[in-house]
Design a protein around this ligand. Structure first.
Ligand code: GDP
Length: 424
């Protein structure tokens, strides 16, 4: 038995989904432990190309049980639609291979609306939310003012609870934002249309995991976004509203005492970032457009063009430490093949001094990248399947990154397909 977490080291979109899809075959259970339907994991396998938002990336692998843990923002509407869509493309989804924690809180219809209203109020100071309701959801969760999925199994209790919540939430919606508010009829329709459909998947997943663990089954923990978006350790306030780090995996999955044997930190061979906030290495203009095109950097959920730039060693080292990564998967190395020279941000300059340390969020906008570069390889590497097949320049780049971030690079990904991987 060996448990593994797959986590993002940077701003998200590092290619975690493709790594989970690859590594799932060595595990019995895959658990998503935080976040909601606000980002996407792109996966390409025998069933086709998918952008998963809530479903764990292990859903494609026969015999694997997929769990949405108690730390997840369980959005019945998005989940129901995603189950239907993925199922319509031939993937088997039933309560046998998908389980929802009865302790996961439900993302209510008003969370999505509040997210949009607050971003609109913030106007040019907006946080760059995907408006999927995640921040209002977690705020309410920590105020103990939302519903647990398990309450769907107790309709009388649920009705009374919803009436209380409705009265309270309408105060904010109407008096703060001047919105219409909700009625019990609205909520009954929401229950009927979405919650009833996901109800058969709800169960005590903590108990299931405890038993699976005792039987020696191996568990894969799947994160959303990256270390720099972690609520406590990321670039506040441009973070997400949950803890993306591996240390939270046991808490958010329903197995708080579990030991994680291996933490795979996923790093892109260059940088990309969606949304607002400081992004020290950002490229603009033609240079950025070329990299964006080469890496197809458009958001899986929103289609928004991602901000791009060279690899950021300072941020990546911080991400590796914060995640406690035991090994790194370097993805999208093939995307850099067009470059004559591979640019690298090796340090920051902050207040006139060079530094290796990732700065406190409030002063991060002052940091300037200190750049270096290495020779490019200028050939197609997407067919390489072993370390020795890679050109010397590509190997040199991987080894440089490895040395600088202080963590072994155990996987080098050279394409989006499941098998486009080099094990090291
Ligand atoms: P995630 O949220 O961390 O799973 O990342 P995303 O799915 O948002 O973004 C990663 C994108 O890169 C997806 O479109 C993947 O198909 C793609 N991808 C992953 N690894 C590689 C790789 O090694 N090479 C190329 N060219 N694309 C990759």
């Amino acid at each position: 038995m060996s448990n593994c977490a797959i986590v993002g080291i940077n701003w998200g979109d590092e290619g975690k989904g493709r790594m989970v899809d690859l590594i799932t075959r060595d595990h019995d259970v895959v658990v998503r432990y935080q976040g909601g339907g606000n980002a996407g994991h792109t996966i390409i396998n025998g069933y086709g190309k998918f952008a998963l938002h809530l479903l764990p990336s292990g859903i494609f692998t026969d015999g694997v049980v997929n769990i949405l843990g108690n730390g997840v923002a369980l959005d019945p509407e998005n989940l129901e639609k995603e189950i239907e869509e993925v199922r319509s493309r031939g993937v088997k989804i039933s309560p046998e291979n998908l389980m929802l924690s009865d302790r996961a809180s439900l993302l209510m219809p008003w969370h999505r609306e509040l997210d949009g209203l607050e971003e609109a109020r913030l106007a040019d100071k907006k946080y760059g939310s995907t408006r999927q309701g995640i921040a209002p959801f977690y705020a309410d969760k920590y105020s103990k003012k939302t519903v647990l999925a398990g309450e769907l199994l107790y309709p009388e209790h649920l009705k009374a609870h919803l009436e209380d919540l409705l009265e309270w939430k309408n105060l904010t919606l109407r008096n703060v934002y001047g919105a219409k508010g909700y009625t019990m009829d609205d909520l009954n329709e929401w229950i009927e249309k979405y919650c009833e459909k996901i109800k058969p998947y709800v169960r005590d997943t903590g108990e299931f995991l405890k038993k699976a663990s005792a039987e020696g089954k191996s568990i894969l923990f799947e994160a959303q976004l990256g270390a720099l978006r972690d609520l406590d350790y990321g670039i506040v306030p441009y973070t997400t509203s949950s803890n993306t780090i591996a240390a939270f995996a046991p808490v958010g999955s329903g197995l708080p005492g579990v030991k994680i044997d291996k933490i795979v930190g996923v790093v892109k061979a260059y940088s990309s970032c969606v949304g607002e906030g400081p992004f020290t290495c950002e490229w603009f203009g033609e240079e950025a457009e070329k990299l964006r095109e080469a890496g197809e950097e458009y958001g899986a959920k929103t289609g928004r063009p991602r901000r791009v730039g060279p690899i950021d060693i300072v941020a990546t080292r911080y991400g590796v430490e914060t995640q406690g990564a035991t090994t790194v998967a370097l993805t999208k190395l093939d995307v850099l093949s067009y470059m004559d020279e591979i640019p690298i941000c090796s340090q920051y300059e902050l207040f006139g001094k060079k530094t290796d340390r990732f700065p406190f969020p409030a002063v991060l906008p002052e940091a300037k990248p200190v750049m270096t570069s290495m020779p490019g390889w200028k050939c197609d590497i997407s067919g390489c399947r072993s370390w020795n097949e890679l050109p010397k320049e590509a190997k040199d780049y991987v080894e440089y990154v490895e040395r600088e971030i202080g963590c072994h690079i155990g996987y080098v990904s050279v394409g989006p397909e499941r098998e486009s991987i080099i094990f090291r």
